[in-house]
Design a protein around this ligand. Structure first.
Ligand code: SF4
Length: 324
């Protein structure tokens, strides 16, 4: 029923939007701008998921994949979860279907049909509570440090936390290798780097300012906590940039000295704010909306974004958001 309502709303809205003139559509530019800002935040938040490496998979997903691979009969919840989770992290349908190839009741056609249904209907993967109730959570207290956390209520949160830790460690080692003198050595949870000289080193003193591209709030606060500059998207307009700036400044002021990356702190926030300036506001919006839509489509095409976002981009109306 919920799916029917969603499909019906989608069809009705798309038909009506096709009949709108540019001028009439321009009346909705401000709310569209706000929604696009929220959408880009969501894309930003989900982007890294698609780069998931197997070591970062949550135990519930890993066990479902392994059990099926060994010919164990995983229950219905486990199978649906496996397909929905695979979709959320950007795996292809073919890849997801291949997880079922050794299942005792495997049928290529049935698997392909059912996986396709889950992808088409945009299923959300089960949370930890549902997986525990259905005997699809393989860990006991003390087995996994992350699963023991109170805030860990969903396997996607597990994946994200792992990716954050991995990213932080790798980027810290990489950034310091560029500016720290002499040899660089790092032994951490994710990378093991023996002592090595890294050349060339910057001649200027202090070294050039360090920046981090921050596509979401988490990475923005991370850059501030590490005392480096932040490059952010300002698609949501001046209000969004002001909020990001305030959060960045506050986190920068509260950072711990031992977390500083490089020798020279760099308190600087730069925002990408698309703008089209013309005498004709409607024309400016029309051009800006096309340009910004192109930008989002390019991210979807070249970046590693989830399939749900690619689907939404491909079915979105020919308008998006812009700042004039
Ligand atoms: S606690 Fe949650 S994330 Fe961890 S294995 Fe269980 S269901 Fe998966």
């Amino acid at each position: 029923m919920k799916e029917r309502i969603r499909e019906n709303l989608h069809t009705t809205c798309t038909e009506r939007m096709d009949k709108m003139s540019e001028e009439f559509a321009a009346l909705f530019a401000d709310p569209v701008e706000r929604i696009t800002g929220l959408l880009s935040e969501r894309v930003e938040a989900e982007m890294p998921m698609t780069a998931a490496v197997r070591e970062d998979w949550p135990p519930c997903f890993e066990s479902a994949v392994s059990e099926l691979n060994q010919g164990v009969n995983v229950n219905h919840v486990g199978r649906v979860f496996l397909a929905a989770f695979s979709k959320s992290v950007g795996m292809s349908q073919e890849q997801t279907c291949s997880f079922f190839a050794n299942a005792p009741d495997y049928s290529a056609d049935t698997t392909s049909y059912q996986v396709n249904q889950i992808y088409e209907r945009d299923y959300t993967p089960h949370g930890c509570a549902a997986l525990k109730t259905s005997a699809r959570c393989p860990v006991q207290p003390g087995d996994d440090r992350l699963c023991d956390q109170e805030w860990l209520t969903h396997p996607l949160k597990y994946l994200r936390a792992k990716q954050r830790s991995r990213y932080r460690e790798v980027s810290q080692a990489a950034e310091e290798s560029e500016v720290v003198e002499d040899e660089v050595e790092h032994h951490g949870e994710f990378i093991d780097l023996p002592s090595r000289p890294v050349h060339p080193k910057p001649l200027q003193d202090p070294h050039p300012p360090l920046y981090q591209a921050c596509t979401g709030t988490e990475s923005l606060l991370d850059a501030a906590a590490r005392g480096i500059g932040a490059l952010v998207l300002g698609f949501g307009g001046p209000g969004e940039v002001a909020a990001k700036n305030e959060a960045y400044r506050r986190a920068f002021a509260e950072r711990r000295p031992e977390d500083q990356v490089g020798f020279a702190p760099n308190e600087h926030l730069a925002a990408l704010c698309p703008a089209v300036v013309l005498d004709d506001g409607v024309e400016a919006r029309r051009i800006g909306l096309r340009g910004q839509r192109f930008f989002l489509e390019a991210i979807a095409h070249w970046g590693t974004v989830p399939i749900w976002f690619k689907n939404r981009i491909s079915s979105a109306p020919a308008s998006s958001s812009c700042s004039t």
